[in-house]
Design a binder for this molecule. Sequence first.
Ligand code: ADP
Ligand code: ASP
Ligand code: MG
Length: 811
Amino acid sequence: MKVLKFGGSSVSNSENCKRVQEIIKRDYANCKQVVVVSAFGGVTDELERCINLASDRNKEYENSLFKVKERHFQVINELNLPAEIEFGTSKKFDEIAELLQGVYLLEEISQKVKNSVMGSGEILSSLIFSAYLNQCGMNTVLFDSRDFIKTQNGKGVFLNSEQTNKNLEAVKNVEFQVALFPGFIASGQKGEMTLLGRGGSDYTASILAAGLKCSELEIWTDVSGMFTADPRLVSQAQPIEQMSFQEAMELSHFGAKVIYPPTLIPVLQNKINVRIKNTFAPDEKGTLITSAPKSERSIVRGLSSINNINLFTLSGSGMVGISGFASRFFTCLAQNKINVVLITQASSEQSMSVGINEGDRALAIEAVRSEFEMEIRMNLVNEPAVEQDLSIVAVVGEDMGYTPGISGKVFSVLGRNGVNIRAMAQGGNELNITFMVPTFDVKKVLNVIHEDFFISTHKKVNLYIAGVGNVGGKLLEFMKNQYDYLLEEKGLQLIVRAVTNSRKMYFAKDENMLQDWKQKLEEESEVANLQEFVKRMDQANLRNSVFVDITASESVSKVYQQVLNSTVSIVACNKIAASSEFDNYLRIKAAAKKHNVEFMFESNVGAGLPVISTINSLIHTGDKIVGIDAVVSGSLNFIMNEFNNGKSFVEAVKMAMEQGFTEPDPKIDLSGMDVLRKLLILSREAGYKLEVKDVEHEPMIPLSCLNGETAADLIRDLEAHNDHFEAWRTVMAEKNIRYRYIASFADGKANVSLKEVTPDHPFYDIHGKDNVISLKTKWYNDQPLIIKGAGAGAEVTASGIFGDIIRITSN
Ligand code: ADP
Ligand code: ASP
Ligand code: MG
């Protein structure tokens, strides 16, 4: 004999009743089945609402009850059930209406009336469903659970298992193939209706399985098993194939609603396996809960969470070293039937914190105040402190025991995502790690832990992109091309959540706009608003978020602090922040550190060349940068190379502009300002405190060419100075040298100017838009470390940005 329990969603309408009947039919001939049904989906909630409305003297309850009645009659009609069922159902609704009218008149709800009304849903569903099974030719007997399942008094529900099991003996004498029991309802010592707690039909089924010594309990619901996390919160959650009773107990206790926690006790005591199955996909395996489950690949079995938790803290100097405080505290909570969900005590003994349900807050404050009244008056104990809007998250798995590093991994991933842990506890059996976090962060917490611990899942990377011009466009194209590879090989899913340029912005509703960002920005965008962009990114509170700045805009660089404060990393191609005042550069770096996120700007110097990452790794491994010589303007090199090949200077500048190798304002290149900024960034990364004013700087072109407003002015002025540039050509030929615009740093001094280089110098032969960075360090002293390669152009710059994104997110 086995027990099958069908939850509310499984019996929510006539079509679902037919599905359930099909499931029962599968084993009809092979074994006797005990079937437990919940009320039709949502009916218990509706009945509770009706009572509350009635007690508030709101006549709307009549209308609500009428709708519930209509739903039942619709099922009866659609299933073509006999008139006596209509009659029985009608009678039950009359009874409910009478009870509710009493509540309405008295403006008061007794526990007894409340139970009678709320438990009616199961009485109705079992009446209807048993008639349907009989009509389908199944030998079905309807039992009344209240005749068998006995509870004792108490705030929670305490089963009188001895009496219950004795009562159930009688069932064995009845001839049936299907025994149908309403879930949820039971009776007290005086025969009055009691309820087993919300979600209690699972418990009914387990009590029956134990009392009737059944071989297995099947819980049929609307999901294919107990998932690694609540599938409504974690889209990548997977059904867990097998788990132990203890693991199931922990997960359900901490919020995995799919099974009501007390359910596991009777089956555990009687070693009855539990299977959680999906009524809507009956052939899927579901989850097996058993004493010796096989190990899964992941060390963590599952995650769960409960909302509406308060952190209740008792503290005070009078608690130190004095025994009995804890026991008085907990006794007082227990006497007031306040459920303590989590306990922590700091080793100083100065404070003790517990997690309680929001609903118990007022009572807990009152009870603890009165218990410690004297100590509070004497200032030995402080007024109880309560923090609201918290949730508890539990990370559960038997294999976690004796495996070092699990909690470290959990907490470090939360740190990286800016989640503040308010309290934590780890069971002595290491079966679970539980902690309290702001409810606002719960979804993010579950998802990041899930991504880190479950092999089959991938990490979602949420990108917010500012600047989608030449380089931005290339970056998005690269990401599109690499999307499948990164997902399959690296487990990284790139999701573009929003894009903006200086005119328009588009925020994805729930989709990934990587494929069609252009069209979205074109057709569905709103007017760009940077503050709004950052605000919405903050409100989305998504894990692994990265703000990508591919602009050259000062106003964008001004929002970095705000972005980092929202625990969002920054990848910047924009050089303004890293080359702004030293204090600002430090502040931004400090904000990133404080919020455990990254601020990366590799593409600031040498586009995609690994310059900053090389400097960082040299320093991390104990080296010291003593000198830098660099040709870091791809645009200036291009111009000089074209000039060396015989083009006039102005023609070379025009070519660089046309091919997109210059900054949007080419004066930034030709003035040497861009090179100066790069040198500032390199030397700062090398550990030196340098400001713009500390850099000796000579523009590459005569100052008078830099006075114009527009690019056309510049070209005109350069043409006017053609002789000046042609004179270079003569000198170069005479001296057998080349001119290079070089950034150097040595002995604490920085200089940016046009210099002569001889043929044996590493900067003599530089092709196209190549950059060369020569680093003289403690270890690379005689022979500097040289990094050389293409240092400008949309592709290489985009690849530098892409590299930063991947480096951040593969941590
Ligand atoms: P029933 O009406 O069948 O008793 P419930 O609504 O009580 O069903 O429980 C099933 C629901 O539990 C699922 O639809 C799912 O949304 C939720 N749930 C929460 N956590 C989990 C989890 N870890 N695994 C599966 N379902 C979960
Ligand atoms: N109908 C009850 C409830 O909604 C019991 C159950 O569904 O398990 O809580
Ligand atoms: Mg349930």
